[in-house]
Design a binder for this molecule. Sequence first.
Ligand code: EPU
Length: 338
Amino acid sequence: METRENISLKGLNTFQVDAAAEAYIRFDAEDEILDFLADGHLDARRYLVLGGGSNLLFLGDFHGVVLHPAMKGISVVGCEPDHIRVKAMAGEAWDDLVAFAVGRGWGGIENLSLIPGCVGASVIQNIGAYGVEVRTAVERVEAISLADGRRAAFTPAECDFGYRCSRFKDERHGRFMITAVVFRLCRRPTCVIRYPGVQEAVAHIGAPTVGNLRRAIIQIRESKLPDPVVIPNAGSFFKNPVVTGAALDRVRSVAPDVPSYPLGGGRFKLPAGWLIEQCGWKGRTHGHAAVHRDHALVLVNNGNATGQEIYDLSERIRQSVSSWFGLTLEREVVVVRS
Ligand code: EPU
């Protein structure tokens, strides 16, 4: 366990916003969290649980304590003819877990290759990419209640997974610190390659194995999305709006060629990146913040942007999309207020 007072969070969020926190505590073992809570250190204090910091925007200094579950470890906890159970601690880098699974030929999470962040946050967000969401591979989420310091475990149904959300993202369900996730992976995997461009990219590499699929996904991501280490960003800033057929018709009346993906039940997903690009935002800047030149869904920090600048840019984009298309963009990134 490490405790620091008055620290800069710049290296702890992938936007590299230079916000400060009153205190920062890193936990390297579950017992440290239990002892910390039992000693009443959190009582009446404002706090924030921070994972890889890859889906957060600090609007200013954080007046509270930042809790960082950094427990590491990946282990096999069960084996059946067709499936294998792998437990990963919350602080493991997400992509290290994907590499661990793919390296052994186990399938289920290879489409989620190269997503930044850690294992704990992967379920909070229900990360998704190229036709797969993490929920399909989750068997159990282990957590500690920050209200009473008790251990808890959740089945996938109890996690309330939705598009980039879960019960853990919604504070009305209580506040939990995720400590570990048990995944159920396939020993005889079938690859999911239906997302546009994925099949072609895999075929270019070789047979549709989990290893080749991981290579293809990494190539696609690297060609489209900026590396947060080089250009600070938090991936998709907004969610893709999900609309009814009637709303889609209204968008088509101003933009007949809008792409749309049917979700069933008369609902359609529209690509927010496309909508933002149509409004002329691709590559535009606002102070030190900008819309990435290759992907309009990604906002970037061109150096020394404040959280407020990035937020203001996102508000202007929302206003454009609302007035052009009558759609309200919802932020995927969690905005942390002072
Ligand atoms: N598009 C444009 N202009 C742009 C960007 C995209 O026209 O500037 C179009 C593309 O041509 C494509 C469509 O929008 O037809 C979708 O683009 P893309 O395949 O890049 O996916 P996305 O909808 O922008 C989502 C996820 C990503 C995930 C990819 C691949 C959300 C909010 N984002 O992005 O997830 O990697 O699909 O599955 O659902 C993240 O959540 O941080 C993230 C990166």
